[in-house]
Design a protein around this ligand. Structure first.
Ligand code: SAM
Ligand code: SF4
Length: 511
């Protein structure tokens, strides 16, 4: 589950015409997102459309005029949670005249009529296939509202996220027998490279330094002559992009060109989330995944050889119909053999309309037991891997105060006391500095560590670290899901030591 943050208000009007007659004033919207990163990206896109129309995002539902629930239907549990939230919105809406409830996403696509029947107070249902048309649909929603001509209208916010999602393709051409996604999101469509790069530039100009390309089978990307490896290289060529990730790749499209690109393009991070689903060939066949256990293991080996420090994570489904104890043990043995850095273990959830939903389900208690056993194994290995990192030095891109990520995609809590030992100012002071921080550098060339420090970063080196900074962190502790660390030898600016700077007396190390 993901909740959009309140973005800072900008002083400059973006995406609006000065001559347009204001018809929306002080309408705020609140977004609740369920499900995967694709849904987060869709929520961001919807938010951008609403902001361009003059609405402001809020984190407080009581402050909002529009409440948007972006739903997920991949598993029953996610759908149930969204529906129970929607159920509570009848009272929310009744509290203030003019409030609107909008339901979007995959569950909205699958159950539109049911939603409209069960929750008649919903103003708009936007299925996942229609997200790209949200602008036009939202226009209709807002036009129904009485205008408030006396008041000025809201200024769109600026998204200051350091790590941004960019959708490169939608839909899925696969037919994994358990999966509802192809039904609710439709067949694959690919955005053109130009469109993707334009969006990357927008996100960078808003403050992003890390771009995650999104698609259900993101590496099946094709547009004209371009394939996924070309897209990675093109994104790496954009000034300001320091890190690139992508999710979810499919094993079938992890081609030699993609592997070579990961190994050689410095901005592409050393981290791969490659869903395997099962370690049993019988199950993989029944799921209609078009690879075998042996193929996956060979691919993982090839990847690790090409990108030695890479973290490898995965998705696993346990309790798929027909899964025997032996099939399940094959999954456990695959996890042991590949030593995934982390993994998501899902209990099989029958989705109406999918081929697997026709098959006889395993007893729920058995599914629960296998889930527990698999989770314990995955977590035990993950913790061991994290503990192995204690004492190492990692490059961490700070995403919010005191929290960042390694290139290998570990979340790191950077200890405040350590910042203080580095001569840091108080957290409040750091926040104030963050607000004053000017637009960031437009020219990282090559690996981010080799990037020349910009003046504001040099200043940061001698005081505190703020979001968007890259810092070297010594890992001091490992938790189940995160790492802890302390700033090591100051800000990345120290890494950019150049002799001529020192001769000129401008070396940050000497100041
Ligand atoms: N497209 C990605 C791929 O092929 O690997 C996965 C996208 S899917 C939205 C995310 C994960 O949800 C899958 O990798 C799978 O493990 C899980 N999943 C999908 N359908 C499921 C179901 N019916 N029951 C349990 N888990 C499911
Ligand atoms: Fe679902 Fe399979 Fe498509 Fe992934 S590849 S979205 S699991 S159908």
């Amino acid at each position: 589950m993901y909740q959009l943050r309140l973005a800072a208000r900008s002083a400059s009007p973006i995406g609006r015409s000065r001559n347009r007659r204001p018809d929306i004033k002080d309408m705020k919207f609140y977004v609740r997102t369920y499900g995967c990163q694709m849904n987060v990206a869709d929520s961001n896109e919807i938010g951008r459309h609403l902001k361009a129309k003059g609405l402001v995002e809020t984190q407080d539902p009581q402050d909002a005029s529009i409440y948007l629930v972006n739903t997920c239907t991949v598993r029953q549990h996610a759908e149930d949670r969204a529906f129970s939230e929607i159920g509570r919105l009848g009272r929310w809406k009744a509290k203030r005249p003019g409030r609107k409830v909008v339901v979007s996403g995959c569950a909205a696509e699958r159950t539109k009529e049911y939603l409209e029947d069960r929750f008649p107070f919903i103003d708009l249902v936007v299925g996942a296939k229609s997200i790209e048309n949200f602008n036009e649909i939202a226009g209709r929603l807002l036009d129904r509202r009485a205008t408030d001509e006396d008041l000025d209208y809201a200024v769109p916010a600026v998204n200051e996220k350091v790590a941004a999602f960019v959708t490169s393709m939608r839909g899925c051409n696969y037919s994994c027998t358990y999966c509802i996604v192809p039904y609710v999101r439709g067949r694959e469509i690919y955005h053109s490279i130009d469109q993707i790069l334009a969006e990357v530039r927008d996100r960078v100009s808003e403050g992003a330094r890390e771009i995650t390309l999104l698609g259900q089978t993101v590496n099946s990307y094709r547009h004209g002559q371009h394939r996924f490896a070309d897209l990675l290289r093109a994104v790496a060529g954009i000034d300001g992009v320091e890190r690139i990730r992508f999710i979810s790749p499919h094993p079938y499209y992890m081609t030699d060109r993609v592997i070579e690109t990961m190994a050689t393009v410095p901005q592409v991070c050393e981290s791969l989330h490659l869903p395997v689903q099962s370690g049993s060939n019988t199950m993989l066949k029944s799921m209609m995944r078009n690879y075998t256990r042996e193929h996956y293991i060979a691919l993982a080996g090839k990847m690790r050889q090409a990108v030695p420090d890479m973290t490898l994570s995965t998705d696993i489904i346990v309790g798929f119909p027909g899964e025997t104890e032996e099939d399940f043990r094959q999954t456990l043995s695959l996890v042991e053999e590949l030593q995934f850095d982390w993994g998501f273990v899902f209990k099989y959830s029958a989705r109406e309309g999918t081929p697997a939903a026709e098959l006889e389900c395993l007893p729920q208690q058995l599914i629960e037991e296998r889930h527990q056993r698999c989770l314990e194994l995955v977590d035990r290995i993950a913790l061991k891997k994290r503990l192995d990192l204690v004492g190492t030095i990692q490059d961490v891109l700070i995403e919010e105060l005191g929290v960042g990520r390694t290139r290998t995609n570990y979340k790191v809590h950077v200890r405040r006391e350590a910042q203080a030992r580095q001569g840091a100012a108080s957290i409040n002071e750091a926040q104030a500095r963050a607000e004053r921080k000017p637009a960031r550098s437009a020219s990282p060339i090559g690996r981010s560590l080799k990037r020349r420090a910009q003046p504001q970063e040099k200043a940061a080196a001698s005081s505190n670290i703020i979001h968007g900074d890259q810092v070297r962190v010594r890992i001091t502790n490992a938790q189940r899901a995160t790492l802890e660390g302390e700033v090591y030898n100051g800000n990345l600016a120290f890494e950019n030591f150049r002799e001529e700077d020192c001769r000129a007396g401008t070396c940050p190390d000497r100041q």
